[in-house]
Design a protein around this ligand. Structure first.
Ligand SMILES: CC(=O)SCCNC(=O)CCNC(=O)[C@H](O)C(C)(C)COP(=O)(O)OP(=O)(O)OC[C@H]1O[C@@H](n2cnc3c(N)ncnc32)[C@H](O)[C@@H]1OP(=O)(O)O
Ligand SMILES: O=C([O-])CC(=O)C(=O)O
Length: 375
């Protein structure tokens, strides 16, 4: 992998701490979680195994995995006070704001009083996040109060069951599993860095995650999967995609779902989710979204040497599974909570408050003028 020239604004290229969790753009295909290559993980394990790996340091054995999954499954009920809050959030709200409020409210109800409660608070968030967003979504959009305790074994299938009221197909459960693995962890990205800054003040874990959700929401970060869907949904065919993109590039507009702050030539997660998007297109028997996405990829590389990041083919993949666009970024939260919280624990274990300096560009020192002398 060619190193990207890292410098300039945005703290690019500056080492801001240490981590044993993840490498981005350094070894293997370009992304590893605790030494395991992302492609091998995506092929061989479940998201719950990855969540365990990030939380505990090693992959679980069979007994540890079954205990872990049973524990997560037992934590899916939403407290009534949180349901009351969710029912008051308007239908027009963005689901990422619902996630933010839901996480914050959970922190009021089940406050992390001391750091030795971190592991149970983390498991609770992992277990509860699909229920939080879908309890609100189904109540506000369909007028139903769903039971958030399903029999589905995996978090991905649980999410789809709550959304569609029926167990997902094997294919859909497999895509969700892979998607959650791909999104789980990514070193010092903006939302994780937010969580670590918050953790460095010795704040509680719900504050760290609430702040991270706010950072992930933006279209330059996790929000790009929704923005990518907005871009491709009206493209009629590859020729239309080509024309639309050329126009946008001419107007110097940003194409969401392309480019990356660290990777230079490709994002290793793209190849994996792209293959699933193709499978879904074949299964649905409608390849329009896949075909226009592929043309976007060709045009962006030809014109700008920019490549699709993890978000771009997630748009068509999620759409093929009948997931409404505004729920795309909350799925990212359901996964990334594993990475965020592993970083919070890592920060706490070797902490110094994160407090960089700034180059001052304001006026020279000056006296305060009397009111009558001000312009
Ligand atoms: C899971 C994730 O969070 S992945 C990221 C998701 N975000 C997106 O997809 C949003 C679109 N992409 C972008 O905005 C950027 O590529 C970012 C935010 C991901 C990275 O930003 P940076 O590190 O500043 O990008 P980089 O230094 O590579 O930019 C180089 C040039 O390419 C341009 N560029 C980068 N991405 C794009 C894009 N998607 N569309 C058009 N031009 C772009 C930049 O404007 C810049 O041009 P300039 O030199 O004329 O100013
Ligand atoms: O690393 C980044 O800057 C953004 C990203 O891809 C992620 O958080 O998954």
């Amino acid at each position: 992998m060619v190193d990207k020239k890292l410098g300039g604004a945005g703290l690019r290229g500056q080492v801001a701490g240490e981590t044993a969790l993840c490498t981005v753009g350094k070894t293997g295909s370009g992304l590893t979680y605790r030494g395991y290559d992302i492609k091998e993980l995506a092929e061989k394990v479940s998201f719950e195994e990855v969540a365990y790996l990030l939380a505990k340091g090693e992959l679980p054995n069979a007994q540890q995995l079954s205990d872990y999954k049973a524990r997560l499954k037992s934590m899916r009920a939403i407290p009534q006070a949180l349901k009351d809050v969710l029912e008051r959030i308007p239908k027009e709200a963005h689901p990422m704001d619902v996630m933010r409020t839901g996480c914050s409210m959970l922190g009021n109800l089940e406050t992390e009083e001391s750091f030795d409660q971190a592991d149970s608070a983390i498991e609770r968030m992992l277990a509860l996040f699909p229920g939080i967003v879908l309890y609100w979504y189904r109540f506000s959009h369909d007028g139903v109060r769903i039971d958030t305790e399903t029999d589905e074994d995996s978090i991905g299938a649980h999410f789809l069951k709550l959304l569609h009221d029926e167990p997902p197909s094997e294919l859909h459960a497999a895509v969700m599993n892979t998607s959650l693995i791909l999104y789980a962890e990514h070193e010092f990205n903006a939302s994780t860095f937010t969580a670590r800054v918050c953790a460095s003040t010795l704040s509680d874990i719900h504050s760290c995650v609430t702040g991270a959700i706010g950072s992930l929401r933006g279209p330059l970060h996790g929000g790009a999967n929704e923005a990518a869907m907005d871009l491709i949904e009206d493209m009629k065919d590859p020729e239309d995609a080509e024309k639309t993109l050329m126009g946008m590039l001419e107007r110097k507009e940003k194409i969401m779902g392309f480019g990356h702050a660290i990777y230079r030539e490709f994002d290793p997660r793209n190849e994996v989710i792209k293959a699933w998007s193709k499978k879904l297109a074949d299964q649905v028997g409608d390849s329009r979204l896949y075909d226009v996405s592929e043309r976007c990829e060709e045009v962006m590389w030809r014109e700008k040497k920019l490549f699709p990041n993890a978000d771009f083919f997630h748009a068509s993949a999620y759409h093929y599974m009948g997931i409404p666009t505004k729920l795309f970024t909350p799925i990212f939260v359901m996964s990334r909570v594993t990475g965020w919280t592993a970083h919070v624990k890592e920060q706490r274990a070797n902490n110094r408050i994160i407090r960089p300096s700034a180059d001052y560009t304001g006026p020279e020192a000056r006296p305060v003028p009397a009111m009558a002398d001000r312009g």
